[in-house]
Design a protein around this ligand. Sequence first.
Ligand SMILES: Cc1cc2nc3c(=O)[nH]c(=O)nc-3n(C[C@H](O)[C@H](O)[C@H](O)COP(=O)(O)O)c2cc1C
Length: 165
Amino acid sequence: MDINAIVYTSATGFTARYAALLAERTRLPAYELAQAGTALSKRAPVLYLGWLCAGGIKGLKKAAARFDVKAVCAVGMSLPDPAYTAKLALPAALKQVPLFYLRGGYAPDRLTGVYRPMMALMTKAVTRTPPKDAGERAMQDAFLHGGDWVSEQALTPVLERLAER
Ligand SMILES: Cc1cc2nc3c(=O)[nH]c(=O)nc-3n(C[C@H](O)[C@H](O)[C@H](O)COP(=O)(O)O)c2cc1C
């Protein structure tokens, strides 16, 4: 797959780390979406990474309006699950583009603005009842204390796809 750069949006740093790992492995430059406009030409072919916010991939619409988005990575705190990835909404124009889910992390202390009260509400909702199984317990723990699941290994399918013609 021919791309010129990696473009990303990150609020608390997990997506930025995946972008940096990908840049290192592919030797391509990585730019924050906010800065990418000046660094790259319009319609430049890129891989886009955005963090998940209420089921939506942050910055994707903006990125697609400016660049030729060839593949997308959604970074969230949910456990990797193909059914969840399949449900993530992509803009109509990107329906054919490969989409990957990467588990990032959760850093409540680094949240700012509206995201803080939003996640406080989510945490209350998620931890209201005792966990039914180990998975729920892990999720409640993540909401309460945060977590970091960034792994180089998670990038294998992305790197394989990028290596294809
Ligand atoms: C307001 C808000 C909504 C979120 N919604 C989702 C979601 O729908 N699915 C998910 O897997 N993670 C969700 N998350 C978790 C973030 O996507 C996760 O923490 C991600 O790693 C943040 O990446 P960043 O550090 O690059 O900002 C949400 C986080 C916040 C603050």
